[in-house]
Write a protein that binds this ligand. Structure first.
Ligand code: ZN
Length: 69
């Protein structure tokens, strides 16, 4: 998931692994957070609720999602 945090009244976006809770750096925009996910080689998958799920490379491998390095 991409966690939305409020810092000093502004939104910040932190990509977080659904499975182990590992985090990437906090970004200023949703767009940047999605870019960071891709750059780090994390896997994204649309969940049954239509919400995007994100997994770090270790968990993606563990869950057999693979495909991305
Ligand atoms: Zn993980």
């Amino acid at each position: 998931m991409i966690k939305i945090n409020h810092v000093a009244g502004q939104r910040r976006y932190t990509p977080t692994c659904e499975f182990c809770g590992e985090k990437l750096g906090t970004e200023d925009t949703w767009y940047d957070a999605v870019g960071a996910v891709k750059k780090a080689g994390w896997a994204s998958e649309k969940g049954t609720t239509g919400q995007w799920l994100h997994f770090c490379p270790d968990c993606a491998r563990h869950l057999g999602m693979g495909g991305q390095k």
